[in-house]
Design a protein around this ligand. Structure first.
Ligand code: 9MR
Length: 445
């Protein structure tokens, strides 16, 4: 467990700037990940490696999410572009960063008919089966011990009412290709949970019935499977099913975890928010639904960007759907009515500064994330600067909702400089090394 420290300060450092442990019950969780954690679940997102240098993107990622799924970087075409030659660079970037931030990783996906390298698309029979087994072995071995859950097989059933397997080059190697993939993954990474993942299986229908029958058979025969992923891509053509919870529950009753793995819901405003809340509610009602992953961060990051299906808008602002999910998870944006600690109460040694800063620090060996709350005094702010003492040997690597930071001085972003009298705004930063332990100093500009 990371230690959560709250440093209460105002103005210059005094002995009164006590370090106190925050009791989790003292305050509603204010991020998706923290709120889900209080419900015993993770809250994750798909991540694209090339976006990690975007500070708005990575800021939200660090702040809100406790699990990541590489959106494309672990797929067969990315990890084995030439047969027998493996390329893990982009996926490693995501995995190492997630581990450094204390986030889980969902591996996606070892065996899939889509996004195969052309050399695999052109194989068949024993050559393809052997190539698949080698691929699963090499990739799962490379990430052994680092993956919470693997999508071992993705989208292997046909759409429509047939209940049949999807025709594919992998399927044509023999009906046992799925269980062979699972056994191979278990041998390579015994600690990872092994999932079957699919879409249009979110409600009870011919396709999900067929997956259910396969999973039941696997459990009966001892084929290693630990979880089923429900992608949950919803829109007008494919709405949230009325029996979503019941469907999750019947799979859970087979004795495995269920996970919402690629959630996105096209729409906007209150309607979208209500549908997101309903999806979250269904998971929370199923004890073995142990995590939710949304398929991207901002609407502009989505594979269905025009449908604005995610929780943050293109500028990174939380949408009504974000608030609905946070509320459904039991979180909230309220601050405690009495500040922590109650004694001694923080008092500014520099009232003329016009603002105060409160810092919440998540620190672990080798890194930290700091969230800073800037509160205006009796006069509204038109801009602010916060100075933080970064210990020598430590470095700020990322800042969100503020600019600067490399030298420990942060200035409001274009959109959050104006703060009403008595009002507040938040920014954050991430770094390597030991966390700043002193008090931040807020100055109105
Ligand atoms: O979001 C992914 C997109 O960037 C890729 O172009 C696409 C290619 O197949 O895959 C998308 O992710 C898919 C996921 O891997 C499996 N389930 C459906 C997802 C949306 O298409």
């Amino acid at each position: 467990m990371r230690r959560t420290l709250v440093l209460l300060t105002a103005g210059a450092v005094t002995a009164a700037a006590a370090v106190v442990a925050l009791s989790p019950s003292a305050n509603a969780a204010t991020t998706l990940g923290a709120a889900a954690a209080e419900k015993g679940r993770y809250f994750g997102t798909a991540v694209a490696a090339y976006k990690l240098s975007d500070s708005v993107y990575s800021g939200i990622l660090n702040r809100e999410f406790t699990s990541v799924t590489p959106e494309n970087e672990m797929k067969w075409d990315a990890t084995e572009p030439t047969q027998g030659t493996f390329s893990f660079g982009s996926a490693d970037t995501i995995v190492n960063r997630a581990i450094a931030n204390g986030q889980k990783v969902r591996g996606h996906a070892l065996a899939w008919h889509s996004q195969q390298p052309s050399w695999a698309e052109n194989l068949s029979g024993t050559a393809l089966r052997n190539a698949m087994v080698n691929h699963v072995t090499q990739v799962a071995t490379h990430y052994r011990g680092k993956i919470d859950s693997w999508d071992v097989v993705n989208e292997a059933f046909a759409d429509g009412g047939s209940g049949a397997r999807r025709d594919s080059n992998l399927q044509r190697t023999g009906n046992d290709w799925i269980e062979v993939a699972f056994r191979t993954a278990r041998a390579a990474d015994p600690a990872a949970k092994l999932c079957y993942n699919d879409y249009n299986t979110d409600g009870q229908n011919a396709k999900s019935n067929a997956v259910y029958a396969m999973v039941r058979d696997f459990k009966a025969r001892g084929v290693p499977i630990d979880c089923v992923g429900f992608q949950s891509h919803f829109n007008a053509q494919s709405p949230l099913p009325a029996d979503y919870q019941a469907n999750l529950q019947r799979f859970a009753d087979l004795g495995l975890d269920v996970q919402i793995t690629e959630l996105d819901i096209e729409g906007s405003g209150a309607t979208q928010a209500a549908t997101y809340a309903a999806a979250v509610r269904a998971c929370l009602a199923v004890t073995r639904c142990n995590g939710i992953t949304v398929w991207g961060i901002r609407d502009t990051d989505s594979w269905r960007a025009s449908g604005t299906p995610l929780l943050f808008d293109g500028s990174g602002n939380p949408k009504p759907a974000y608030a609905a999910v946070l509320t459904e998870l039991g979180g909230g944006t309220t601050t405690p009515s009495s500040p922590v600690p109650s004694s001694p109460s923080p008092s500014s040694s520099n009232p003329a500064a016009g603002c105060t800063a409160t810092t919440s620090v998540n620190a672990w060996t080798g890194g930290f994330v700091v969230t800073v709350k800037v509160t205006a005094g009796a006069t509204a702010l038109t801009g602010w600067t916060v100075g933080v003492t970064v210990p020598s040997g430590s470095a700020v690597t990322n800042t969100w909702n503020a600019t600067g930071g490399a030298s420990g001085t942060f200035t409001n972003a274009a959109w959050n400089g104006r703060v009403a009298a008595g009002g507040s705004t938040e920014f954050g930063f991430q770094g390597t090394g030991g966390a700043p332990a002193g008090a931040p100093v807020c100055t109105a500009r």
